[in-house]
Design a protein around this ligand. Sequence first.
Ligand SMILES: [Zn+2]
Length: 117
Amino acid sequence: MSEEKKCRLCGKPFLANKYRPNQTICSSLECQYQRQLENMKQWRDRNPQYFKYKESQDSSWKETCRQRSLEWRKRHMDYLKLYREEHRERHRNYMRDYMRQYRKQKGIGEIKEGKTA
Ligand SMILES: [Zn+2]
């Protein structure tokens, strides 16, 4: 025989399933959903490591990480490229000035200029 009980969540009377006499929640979708949430939360509280592990194993999470690092790299590559171009320009200027100075010191520049003039 089924025993009439009061739902723990909505307070409505319900007939307990004879196979599950300890049932405290009615079979309404709302209450069952609520019960599932509770179960999940309890389970998660009991297994805090599982989700960390799961997250690190989960491919979509990995994909998110990969995407993030790619975006980071792209951002920084742009920055690096700018930096390198700027640096190359600076280096070129530096070398040009250095060579000019070098030629002047050796008298090459004057000779060359004198020859071409
Ligand atoms: Zn209920």
